[in-house]
Design a protein around this ligand. Structure first.
Ligand code: ZN
Ligand code: ZN
Length: 220
């Protein structure tokens, strides 16, 4: 995957970018957001403007305390006054993994310690604090991740290959943001092995009995 030739069609929501800028996300989600932002010029530019607005609000509120009402007005005023910042440069990337992910893995794809997760899918859970879980997934072409719903939020960042589900096709650089309303079966496309980084903040609900029995062991 060449970061320079990637066309990203599925992005982070403003809500997630703002929560990331404010430091309100669990560590597992921070890693996925940081990974997407490293790959995506558009989200990196949006994040930069949220950070600029946030910084300006802090400066103003230090000189004069803000009531809850005037906070929104101040935010709007500062936001309107700020020039559109140029997108910050893309961080250097040597292998498949952007720097934030390479730091967690301690290297690139060849440093990942895969474990079998059933049906030919491999996974590697990365160490983070426990309120949410983040894992790398390795899905061979044509293979499906079992049909599941979510009790919470799931972010799935594609690093290599592509998958399709009931929502859309997700290729290299794309991120799927799935909440409890989404019930889906991601299937890896023919071609490259699909490598994804996925964070979840609650156990997934698998429909079929066998995957549900395996769930406590796989921590999916
Ligand atoms: Zn994006
Ligand atoms: Zn899902």
């Amino acid at each position: 995957m060449k970061a320079t030739t990637m066309t990203i069609r599925h992005h982070l929501t403003n809500r997630l970018l703002m929560a990331y800028a404010a430091g309100n996300l669990p560590e597992a989600f921070n890693l996925v957001v940081a990974t997407h932002v490293s790959l995506c010029d558009e989200c990196r530019a949006r994040l930069a403007s949220f950070e600029a607005v946030g910084g300006a609000v802090l400066e103003e509120s230090e000189s004069a305390p803000l009531s809850a009402d005037s906070f929104a007005a101040t935010l709007a005023r500062i936001g309107a006054a700020l020039p559109e910042p140029p997108p910050p440069p893309r961080p250097a990337q040597r292998g498949l993994f952007p720097a934030p992910l390479a730091d967690y893995v301690g290297g690139d794809l060849d440093a990942v310690k895969w474990r079998r997760a059933g049906s030919g899918v491999d996974q590697a859970i990365l160490p983070t604090e426990k309120s949410a879980t983040v894992r790398l997934l390795r899905i061979p072409p044509g293979v499906a991740v079992p049909d599941h719903g979510h009790r919470g939020l799931e972010l799935t960042q594609v690093l290599q290959g592509a998958f399709r589900d009931e929502v859309a096709r997700f290729g290299p650089g794309d991120i799927e943001v799935a909440d409890e309303s989404v019930q889906h079966t991601p299937v890896a496309e023919e071609g490259d092995i699909c490598i994804c980084l996925a964070a979840t903040d609650a156990p997934l609900r698998f429909r079929a009995l066998m995957p549900r029995l395996a769930q406590p062991f796989l921590r999916i």
